[in-house]
Write a protein that binds this ligand. Structure first.
Ligand code: DQA
Length: 165
């Protein structure tokens, strides 16, 4: 499990800051070395650092959580409800195509989310072309590599800005 540094300090120093949760499913801890021809060379730590820096400019805290375990991802989503998380960016990875339970957790907390995939899942094996998350997502980004997370973040930031007015 990778839990890039955050936020406890951030939260204490910026108690009024809005918060975005970025969830990464199984095997994404291996980004950078995992099938780089498909997933690129950018690591999860790089992605977190870029997102956190961009969000900080708008006084928004980005928390990132990766797990190889379905139950831990579900627990993290459930906890988000009581933590004031305003938006979720999620790459469910392999659970995209299998996890009713993680989908149900997102529905239960009613936090809006964008689904991100590094690769274009529609250009790959047929089993990757169904997602349990897409129909409930505010939007789906796939095939743009690590940039997809930044695009999702821009959307999340705009949603949080709108919510403040
Ligand atoms: C992925 C696509 C999934 O099909 C795969 O199982 C992953 C990563 C992506 O980011 O392209 O682990 O979600």
């Amino acid at each position: 499990m990778t839990r890039p540094k955050r936020s406890q300090k951030d939260s204490a120093q910026r108690p009024d800051a809005a918060r975005i949760l970025v969830l990464h499913g199984p095997n994404l801890n291996l980004l950078g070395t995992r099938e780089p021809q498909i997933y690129g060379h950018t690591t999860l730590a790089d992605i977190h650092a870029a997102m956190a820096a961009r969000a900080r400019a708008e006084n928004v805290i980005v928390e990132s959580f990766q797990s190889n375990h379905e139950g831990q991802l579900i627990d993290r989503v459930q906890a988000a409800a009581s933590e004031g998380i305003g938006f979720i960016v999620i790459n469910p990875a392999g659970y995209t195509h299998t996890s009713v339970a993680l989908r149900d957790a997102l529905a239960a907390v009613s936090i809006p989310y964008v689904e991100v995939h590094l690769s274009n899942i529609h250009a790959r094996e047929p089993f990757r072309q169904h997602s349990y998350f897409s129909d409930r997502a505010a939007g789906v980004i796939c095939g743009l590599g690590a940039y997809g997370y930044m695009a999702a973040l821009e959307y999340a930031l705009s949603r949080l800005r709108d919510a403040q007015h």
